[in-house]
Design a protein around this ligand. Structure first.
Ligand code: BES
Ligand code: MN
Ligand code: ZN
Length: 479
């Protein structure tokens, strides 16, 4: 895929391209729209006056000028203008560009009058880039999109930064969309290694023997049932003078059948996306290499598959995690927290100032918040606020959830230090509480089971992996 984003000093009406896109605010043309209208012999204003198109948010109207397409983009009213609205409007332009197969497009810097040119350029560039994503690798005869976008009266620096974060997000989408027969733990680790090679990061990859030597009994129990062996990935981004040190831990289940606590057919669908947390971590590292913030960042991924075989783990087993705690397996489908237990203990050994995990951890988080919002848990309010602020800037939706201490008793076991499952209600909270037993110091956890993978096309892309969390975490590390 080749998306070329450029900012231009000139207005839309003077830019090249087979498609020119301008906004409609409260039923009227924007200033850029009026200039384009004048250049197009009043075509746009006539369409608005005589037709029924009102330019509600989400609506578009496509016209043919004789030389090129003109696109009216409904931006809604002037109240409550946010970068999210500019980003989504831009993504709609990208969708039209792809549908029409045009290769060069000029776009108004939507809402620049309200948001400022800098913030508007950033949002529009992100929207164009994210909205241009397609996963066509396995479709015969389809080529990945190639489009050049000109953002009229845009700001170059903002556009360049947006391209880094959006590009890293699309990389994570690619990893998630890759089918599970290809994206095995071994492949995921190779991906991390080649990313490190390209981006000048440190990478260490451990196999089963080394994982065992570290005492990661919980992680290994999950991995045991699959013919594809596990990998532990440790990436490091090391700047010259780090102001702080952070560890990111991503859930890397390349496929989750549930194990012997087998998932029903419908629930197993899309479980290739159970490595979306790991993909997000790799996406963040890709962005780090370009943003170069003064933070030392460790990335830890415990990559495995949760499958069934004669050797697979069963319920009632007791396993010992790397930090010495024993866990009774009550349900083999609560495998993510077992792999993360060891990954968190390993990450905590680096004694970072903060640990953040990102995982498609519970169906319960989807029940609570739906498919667009991630659940955010934190042991430290400053850490939580930092992540919330970054998410808001990037238009990724996260919502704070409680680490209710009294629920810890739900994870008690008769035979081990704790159980990997509790009761039915409040499952996302119980899972997060379980994880806190393995992380040291300030800790935050993002349950992205809802937003990591969307079964239908959405505002910022097609159905499939979303790359959720890449922009939030990269922004958080940058600020
Ligand atoms: N990978 C799933 C969680 C999930 C569900 C992700 C739906 C994306 C969409 C996780 O491993 C899991 O199976 N969790 C169980 C936990 C339960 C057994 C306590 C769940 O949520 O049902
Ligand atoms: Mn599971
Ligand atoms: Zn899982």
């Amino acid at each position: 895929m080749k998306i070329d984003l450029r900012s231009a000093r000139r207005p839309v009406a003077e830019l090249p391209g087979q498609l020119r896109a301008v906004g409609v605010v409260s039923g009227a043309l924007t200033e850029a729209g009026e200039a384009l209208d004048a250049a197009a012999g009043g075509m746009l204003s006539k369409a608005l006056k005589k037709g029924r198109f009102r330019g509600e948010e989400g609506e578009t109207l496509l016209l043919w000028e004789g030389e090129r397409y003109l696109l009216l983009v409904g931006l809604g009213g002037k109240r409550g203008v946010t970068p999210d609205r500019a980003r989504e409007a831009a993504a709609r332009v990208a969708g039209e560009a792809l549908r029409l197969g045009v290769r060069e497009v000029a776009v108004e810097n939507f809402w620049a009058d309200r948001l400022g040119r800098e913030a508007a350029s950033y949002a529009v560039a992100e929207g164009l880039h994210l909205g241009s994503y397609r996963f066509v690798k396995y479709r015969s005869g389809e080529r990945p999109p190639r489009v050049r976008y000109w953002i009229a009266r845009g700001r170059g620096r903002a556009v360049a930064e947006a391209a880094v974060l959006a590009g890293a997000t699309l990389y994570a989408r690619d990893l998630v969309n890759e089918p599970p027969n290809r994206m095995t733990p071994e492949r995921l680790a190779e991906e991390a290694r080649s990313l490190a090679g390209e981006a000048g990061l440190e990478a260490e990859v451990l196999g089963p023997q080394q994982i065992e030597a570290l005492g990661m009994g919980a992680f290994l129990a999950v991995a045991r049932g699959s013919a594809n062996p596990p990998r532990l990935v440790h990436l490091v981004y090391r700047p010259e003078k780090p102001r702080r040190r952070v560890a990111l831990v991503g859930k890397g289940l390349c496929f989750d059948t549930g194990g012997y606590s087998l998932k029903p057919t419908e629930s197993m669908r899309h479980m290739k996306a159970d490595m979306a947390g790991a993909a997000a971590v790799l996406g963040v590292f890709r962005a780090l290499a370009e943003l170069r913030p003064e933070v030392e960042v460790h990335g830890v991924i415990a990559a495995a598959e949760n499958k069934i075989s004669g050797g697979a783990y069963v319920v009632d087993e007791v396993v010992r995690a790397m930090n010495g705690k024993t866990i009774e397996v009550g349900n083999t489908d609560a495998e993510g927290r077992l792999t993360l237990a060891d990954a968190l203990a390993y990450a905590s050994r680096q004694a970072p100032d903060a640990v953040v995990s990102i995982a498609t951890l519970t169906g319960s988080a989807v029940v609570a918040l739906g498919r667009k919002i991630a659940a955010l848990f934190a042991t430290d309010p400053r850490l939580r606020e930092g992540i919330e602020r970054a998410a808001a800037q990037e238009g990724e939706k996260v919502w704070p959830m409680p680490l209710e201490p009294s629920y810890k008793k739900l994870l008690r076991s008769q035979v081990a230090d704790l159980a990997n499952v509790g009761t039915r209600h409040g499952g996302a909270i119980q899972a997060a509480l379980f994880l806190t037993e393995f992380a040291k110091g300030p800790y935050a956890h993002l349950d992205i089971a809802g937003p990591a993978f969307l079964p239908e096309a959405w505002e910022l892309g097609p159905a499939g992996g979303t790359g959720f969390g890449v922009r939030t975490l990269a922004r958080w590390l940058k600020e």
